[in-house]
Every structure is written in structure tokens, then in C-alpha cells.
Design a protein around this ligand. Sequence first.
Ligand SMILES: Nc1ncnc2c1ncn2[C@@H]1O[C@H](COP(=O)(O)OP(=O)(O)OP(=O)(O)O)[C@@H](O)[C@H]1O
Ligand SMILES: [Mg+2]
Length: 194
Amino acid sequence: MPAPPPAPLLVVVCGLPGAGKSALADALGRALPAPVLSVDPVEAALWRAGVGREQPTGLAAYAVAQELAGRVLALGQAVVADAVNDVHEARAAWADVARRHRARCRFVEVRCPDERLHRRRLETRVRDLDGFPEPSWQAVQRRRAAFADWTGERLVADSRRPLPELVSEVLADLARPSDPARPTGPAGSPPPRS
Ligand SMILES: Nc1ncnc2c1ncn2[C@@H]1O[C@H](COP(=O)(O)OP(=O)(O)OP(=O)(O)O)[C@@H](O)[C@H]1O
Ligand SMILES: [Mg+2]
């Protein structure tokens, strides 16, 4: 009998604004290859379509990206998600999409531990995002303070390192089987209530 096809793969790239998510997500998308679903361009498109900024467009953009991710996984294909994912609910929703499609789900948190470099990158980058306001460094600090702790398994990618190195590291991580000794719940889900 032919071997069953391998489970499709969802890679969720997370981290603070300017940490380097989109740079890594796009590089992974090219390397795998896989489509990259980035939440910020979806939100910008909603605004351009006339949806008011007072509406919960951030939440809607996650919902759109998660729906599309599910559709790609349903085709048996890999997909990369690119979003800050600073709250447990967002992380759990990605894990749920993967579970529904019997896909493997891997979380990658991108961090830039050099604050000066992080700030310089944030303040000097040019994004192709018509109408999307750039967050200030102060806004990033506020999000850092509110960023939910990780309680599940995830790979940390240090964006001080060159992108090709990070891509190789993530691909190597994706190739390894899940470690049964590590927590198996959705990465970033709230700790169980005692
Ligand atoms: N490993 C890296 N090496 C060199 N430059 C990088 C690296 N990672 C990111 N950068 C650069 O840093 C800047 C910020 O990265 P990026 O736009 O990917 O951040 P982000 O996490 O997607 O932010 P946001 O949440 O606001 O979209 C970009 O100019 C990007 O090219
Ligand atoms: Mg980005």
C-alpha cells in the first residue's frame, strides 16, 4: 500500500513589531516553498476597502488569514503565517486551524535581543503597506510589556543573525519529529487551571 501523504505543515512566525517576522516568514516561504499569510497587509486591505478603522479590523485580519491558512492546509500544502500573536487566543486559534486539518503546527518566535538594532530596524524600514501606520518604538515597548508568556513549545529565532542562517535553523527544526518530552498543547495556550 502507498504510504499516506505527510501531514501538511503550518509555520506560525510570531514576535514584536520590527523583530523580523516578515523577513523570516518571506524567506521561509521561498525556501519551503509555501504561501505566506501576513496579517498586516490583510488589515490594510480591509481599510482600503472601506472598513472603518474603529472596527475590530485587527481581529478580522487574523480571522481572514486563519481561514485562508485552513484552506491551504486542506489542499495538503504547507503555509506560513506572519503575525505578532501577542495573546494566547491568537496562538491557540492557529493551533486549532492546524488541528482541524490534521496538520503539524510549529511556532517560531522572532526576537531581536539587541534593542538598539531592533529600534533602528523598526524606524528605518520601508514597508509596502499602503495606509498602514508604522508603530513607534514606544508602542513596541508597550506591546512587549503586554506580550503573553509562552507556555508551549516554540523555536526562538534571534534576528541579529543573518537570515539564511535562521532559515536553515528553522528548516532543521521542522525536519525533526516532535519531542514527546516537551509540552504538547498549543504553544502559548494559557496554563491549565489548577
Ligand atoms: N535577520 C535579519 N538580518 C537583517 N535584517 C533583518 C533581519 N530580520 C529583519 N531584518 C530587517 O529588519 C526590519 C524589520 O523586519 P520586519 O519588517 O521583518 O519586522 P516584523 O517583525 O515583520 O515587523 P511588523 O510586525 O511591524 O510587521 C526590516 O527592514 C528587515 O529587512
Ligand atoms: Mg511584518
